[in-house]
Structure formats: structure tokens, C-alpha cells
Ligand binder design. Structure first.
Ligand SMILES: Nc1nc2c(ncn2[C@@H]2O[C@H](COP(=O)(O)OP(=O)(O)O)[C@@H](O)[C@H]2O)c(=O)[nH]1
Ligand SMILES: Nc1ncnc2c1ncn2[C@@H]1O[C@H](COP(=O)(O)OP(=O)(O)O)[C@@H](O)[C@H]1O
Length: 203
């Protein structure tokens, strides 16, 4: 078992993962956020090394070959992946690491880190999801159509997750995620090994 908690948040495009993560960042100081590598072009305002590490396809494929990624996936025509070294270093230091990734990648993390915590951020409805993707104004009609198609398949995998948080309101979704993390820290599998020293007379 890792010293820190690995928390994986997934959910369909447009459900509000980025928005909820930004709100979580403001409310929590004790989570470390992994920065992914991607071949997608930066959106206005996105900064290399902050939002993503922006890579060419050749650079990304080299990272795959050199086993630098904890997981990776191809999503709507682009590669996305989690740099492994940073995540492992933080977990080894006892830090809780937060990954915001799509569903195929989350399933790969599940194979490598069975004790990670998997949270699915669900939309209140498909109509609301489409409204949010379109309302964001970053994708053309064809990309919106493809993201909605992928979303249907992603929602089918919801059962594979430990927790489902409906993103009806940003603050409520954040509160639920923070409660899940808090509860996971109290799981006996995690806490008993830490208590064996302090409670050694009875344990
Ligand atoms: N597997 C995997 N998915 C990622 C990673 N980073 C981001 N994603 C996911 O890739 C999808 C597309 O991300 P992006 O292009 O930023 O669009 P948006 O999140 O839908 O606004 C989202 O579902 C992200 O959660 C990663 O490192 N690995
Ligand atoms: N709870 C919510 N209620 C209404 N709109 C939301 C909510 N959460 C996010 N949004 C909006 O939905 C759109 C998509 O959110 P975003 O965070 O970009 O999604 P994702 O990262 O999952 O693709 C944004 O315009 C955002 O402001």
C-alpha cells in the first residue's frame, strides 16, 4: 500500500472535472495535482507545465517507449498521459495525489494501483452534459458530437468506480469529494498500520 492516497477523478468531457478541480484547489492545500502530458493544442490561457505538458506526437510516443507514463490513452484524436515519476515520488513522501483523467486511463491505474480511490463525476443528465460542453465554447460541432458519443460509453463504466459524485452544484461536488478523501483516510486498512506504534500495547 502506498504511503499517500492516490485519488482518481474521471467523468465525461464537459461534466465539470476541470471546474470542480479548480474549486478543490482553492479549498484544499494538502492535495498534490498531477500535470498530464498531451498532444492536444493549448486552449487560450493554458500554460505549458501548469495545465498540461504540451507535446508533439513524436515526443509523446517517446515517453510511452521509455515507460515514463503511469498510464496513457488516446481520446478524441489526441494522446493524454500521466508522468509516472512525479506521482510515485509524491506518494512515497506520504502525499495524497489527485489525477483527473478519462475512463480508459482510470481503468489502467486500477490495474497498477488497486488501492487507489476511484471517483466518477456524473452529470445530472445527458441534456445538461451537452449543454455544458456546448456552453464552454471551446469545441466545434463535430468535436461536441464525438465527445457526447464517447461520454455515453464512459457513463457505462460508472459501475467500475468506488464512488459516484453527481456534479449538480460545484460546491456540493467539492464537499462530497473532500468527504470521500477524509473517509478513505479512516479506512482500517490504512490506519491500523499507522497506529500499531502508538497503540502497540493493545494491537
Ligand atoms: N488517461 C488520461 N486522460 C487524461 C489525462 N489528462 C487529461 N485527461 C482526460 O482527457 C480528457 C480530455 O481533456 P481535455 O482535452 O483537457 O478536455 P476537457 O477536460 O474535456 O476540457 C478529459 O476527460 C481529461 O480528464 C491523462 O493524463 N490521462
Ligand atoms: N455544477 C455545474 N453546474 C453548471 N455548470 C457547470 C457545473 N460544473 C461545471 N460547469 C460548466 O460546464 C462546462 C464544462 O466544465 P469543465 O470543467 O470544462 O468540464 P470537463 O473538465 O469535465 O470537461 C464549463 O462551462 C463549466 O463552467
Amino acid at each position: 500500500m502506498n504511503k499517500g492516497l492516490l485519488i482518481v477523478l474521471s467523468g465525461p468531457s464537459g461534466v465539470g472535472k476541470g471546474t470542480v478541480c479548480a474549486a478543490l484547489r482553492q479549498k484544499t492545500t494538502d492535495l498534490v495535482y498531477s500535470v498530464s502530458a498531451t498532444t492536444r493544442s493549448p486552449r487560450p490561457g493554458e500554460v505549458d507545465g501548469v495545465n498540461y505538458f504540451f507535446k508533439t506526437r513524436e515526443e509523446f510516443e517517446r515517453m510511452i517507449e521509455q515507460d515514463e507514463l503511469l498510464e496513457w490513452a488516446e481520446y478524441v484524436g489526441n494522446y493524454y498521459g500521466t508522468p509516472a515519476k512525479f506521482v510515485q515520488e509524491q506518494l512515497d513522501q506520504g502525499k495524497d495525489v489527485f489525477l483527473e483523467i478519462e475512463v480508459q486511463g482510470a481503468m489502467k491505474v486500477k490495474q497498477k494501483f488497486p488501492d487507489a480511490v476511484f471517483i466518477f463525476l456524473a452529470p445530472p443528465s445527458l441534456a445538461e452534459l451537452e449543454k455544458r460542453i456546448a456552453g464552454r465554447g471551446t469545441d466545434d460541432d463535430e468535436v461536441i458530437r464525438r465527445r457526447m458519443q464517447v461520454a455515453r460509453d464512459e457513463i457505462k463504466l460508472m459501475e467500475e468506480y468506488d464512488y459516484i459524485v453527481v456534479n449538480d452544484q460545484i460546491d456540493c461536488a467539492c464537499r462530497r469529494i473532500m468527504s470521500i478523501i477524509e473517509a478513505e483516510h479512516c479506512r482500517k486498512e490504512r490506519i491500523v498500520p499507522q497506529l500499531t506504534t502508538s497503540l502497540n500495547e493493545v494491537l
